[in-house]
Design a protein around this ligand. Structure first.
Ligand SMILES: NC(=O)c1ccc[n+]([C@@H]2O[C@H](COP(=O)([O-])OP(=O)(O)OC[C@H]3O[C@@H](n4cnc5c(N)ncnc54)[C@H](O)[C@@H]3O)[C@@H](O)[C@H]2O)c1
Length: 375
């Protein structure tokens, strides 16, 4: 009999429904000691609560998150709400004695991230931050190449996430485009955790940062016939240095909402003296591998469905966003049950806090046009 992990969702928007979809096809996971089940949902919008009525395991639909937290039927809470609500709702979950998987960036700013980290430490609960792309087979192959040591002495690291989501100036404003709800860190709060998760996990913590931030469209249609301020940073390029085997290595972190031609492109590239490796979701079946030889050539390898948590899906099939999101949840469930067994785990609260320290340093770097050192 598998152990049950009964989940409640607070915030049933884009990501809340994506989580429901992951639980709905949990049975594709092979050999999982835990069975996840969605039992309760809280959102403020009727149309979303109505949508969740289609999920047969859901017993409680509410507009009051305290009602969900008071339910003894809920073991784990997934929170996916605007960033200005992270600190309040995450700490409420911990105070209620529930485990937590919550969306990045884990607070609207560094102060909120610190408060969440402190609440996590005192609660003793199992807490992780959402970041799913490293669970893709191509990302896992990059991690394996780095940890094998076969790249030699590292020369350069590049990690990024590009969208063209804001290229249309007539796109209406929403909470992700305003400092008061998304945070002053702007695109870094939106895409940054995705970009730093693997570097941080590999031990690459920036020693210093020089940031280039761009704000292009400063107002957008408000959807009611007028215009509204759009004051978040659109693009961020963080030029950092990290220490790898005693050597300083340049690492560039790129987060962009104004990246022409890019729908949702997460990428990671590591170059060394003996080899290189490169993966991008733009071409999710492709892994680019370089090995130093007389001829200068990158090899294109076709990769299939080799996910960290095995599934019934054929090894030659294609992988996509819902797959890595399910894999991330499998990572959360397995680690919570003490059954990670060396497989890749979700981003930790400390990694989320370190990302906020970096983004705060990036704001300072850009404002003062200087390099900022990190602890
Ligand atoms: N991991 C990813 O790939 C990914 C992708 C997109 C967004 N996100 C993150 O997910 C979070 C939510 O983003 P989204 O795109 O799903 O937003 P969204 O606007 O689609 O959904 C947010 C939902 O929260 C609800 N809500 C607001 N206040 C609430 C409250 N007090 N109680 C209950 N529900 C409340 C809203 O009604 C809305 O349905 C953010 O932290 C965002 O950064 C992560």
């Amino acid at each position: 009999m598998k152990q049950k992990m009964r989940v409640g969702i607070i915030g049933g928007g884009l990501m809340g429904r994506e989580a429901a979809s992951a639980f709905g096809r949990w049975f594709v996971l092979d050999d999982m000691p835990v069975q996840a089940e969605l039992v309760a949902v809280c959102d403020l919008q009727d149309k979303l609560l109505n949508w969740f009525q289609g999920v047969p395991t859901v017993q409680l639909l509410t507009k009051n998150h305290e009602e969900l937290l008071n339910s003894p039927a809920v073991d784990v809470v997934y929170v996916a709400v605007p960033h200005n609500l992270h600190e309040k709702l995450y700490t409420d979950v911990l105070r209620a004695g529930k485990d937590l998987l919550a969306e990045k960036p884990f607070g609207i700013d560094l102060a909120a991230a610190r408060a969440i980290a402190n609440a996590t430490a005192t609660s003793g609960r199992f807490v992780r931050c959402s970041s799913e792309f490293p669970f893709l087979p191509g990302a896992q192959r990059v991690i394996q190449a780095v940890t094998s040591g076969r790249l030699g002495r590292l020369l350069e690291i590049r990690s990024g996430f590009w969208h063209a989501s804001d290229m249309d100036p007539n796109k209406a404003v929403n909470w992700k485009r305003q400092n008061k709800t998304n945070g002053e860190i702007g695109v870094m709060g939106d895409l940054g955790m995705h970009v730093v998760h693997v570097p941080f996990r590999l031990g690459w913590k920036p020693l210093r940062v020089y940031a280039q931030l761009q704000k292009v469209y400063t107002q957008r249609p408000d959807g009611k016939g007028g215009m509204a301020p759009c004051d978040t940073w659109d693009n961020a390029m963080l030029h950092t240095e990290v220490l790898v085997d005693g050597n300083e290595v340049p690492m560039r972190l790129e987060m962009k909402r104004l990246a022409p031609g890019e729908m949702n492109t997460w990428f990671l590239e590591v170059l060394g003296t003996e080899g290189g490796i490169r993966f991008s979701t733009k071409d999710p079946k492709t892994l680019w591998v370089f090995e130093r030889a007389k001829e200068q050539g990158w090899q294109r390898i076709d990769i299939g469905y080799q996910t960290p948590f095995s599934t019934i899906t054929g090894g030659i099939f294609e992988v996509g966003f819902p797959d890595c999101f399910l894999q991330m949840w499998a990572g959360f469930a397995a680690e919570r049950a003490g059954a990670l067994n060396g497989r890749f785990g979700c981003a930790t609260p400390n990694e989320a806090l370190a990302s906020h320290a970096l983004f705060a340093a990036a704001l300072k770097s850009h404002a003062d046009k200087c390099v900022v050192a990190l602890d």
